[in-house]
Design a protein around this ligand. Sequence first.
Ligand code: BEZ
Length: 403
Amino acid sequence: MQDNQNIEERKMQNRKRRELLIGASALAGASLLSPIARAQSAKLRVGLMLPYTGTYAQLGAAIENGFRLALDQSGGKFGGREVEFFKVDDESEPSKATDNANRLITRDKVDVLVGSVHSGVAIGMLKVAKESGTLMLIPNAGADAATGALCTPNVFRTSFSNWQPVHPLGKVMVDRGHKKAVFITWKYAAGEESLASFKEGYAAAGATVVKELFVPFPNVEFQALLTEIAAIKPDAVACFFAGGGAVKFVKDYAAAGLKDKVPLYGSGFLTEGVLSAQGDAAEGLVTTLHYADSLDNPRNKAFRAAYGKAYKTEPDVYSMQGYDTGLLLAQALGKVKGDIGNQKAVIAAMEGALIDSPRGQWKMSKAHNPIQDIYLRRVEKGDNKVIGVAWKALEDPARGCRM
Ligand code: BEZ
């Protein structure tokens, strides 16, 4: 209630501020810096709402690093404006998402919200962004509804929908002769939506998921379910896990003696940013994703070199998504000369943006989600190597989006 009141007050303040600026601008002498120009030269307030603790902590840090790299490469400014950061650790905790987002909007008065990693957190943020009219950029969370039933003009995603990376995986597995698979994942939106999309593609290729297995998020007690998989003896296993949980799952899978008996597949998050921790247990795993370390294009090579130099570590899909979020903001704010208050023009610029990304060039769909290639990858000597394109220019179906 208090939050809603704050948001209403903020909307009103913004409206008044803009009216005042326009009025004052009309009166300002030609020799003086107009209030609008002054507002445009003020620092851009960016709210980073990411996980900095817990199983997704490393993902949050990689996104921030990528975002900051894009900012550095654009001279430390977006649309001519320096940037001031306001950070919140969202702990991948959906029940805190509304309060955290409200704090960034009402207390810190951010111009743009950037977040988050966890689908449930992103949906909480999106509701606040939608009500308050704050521009929001999603640098990871795949929640289908964000660019589906809950789509809204002021929210853009620079990563993927949960539907996208696993949609081609079913056909890949059938082509390899696996027609009876078990799917195992965390019980929350990202896992459930990955499963739904996998099932769709797998059924279309003529195969069936014989068992769906779930672990509560972010638990990593896999033993009982691995024993169940061994008893079922499926042709293969497909899964969604990421971050610290993916390390534990891949190691446990190998330690249970399943790796050489029942081939393991997954959306590529399974092996992103965690390969050195997974070691030999990850060797040979085949996954599908909108990025791969070894993508052979000049943009990816330059990005990987610059990221390595800046952070003394290898980038991953999360770093790349943070980077692309920065590229999108740089491009759109460049077009409107830093006037983020002119939201109509900012939205039009984002809708028309062409992002020259390390993943390959991409554009926004009508629902504000990247239209992008999905790569087939295999872990080789500790690297996610591209072994093919699983689907060219895949667009999320944006079910329920009316925009
Ligand atoms: C999600 O919750 O949407 C998500 C988290 C980590 C990796 C991919 C998706």
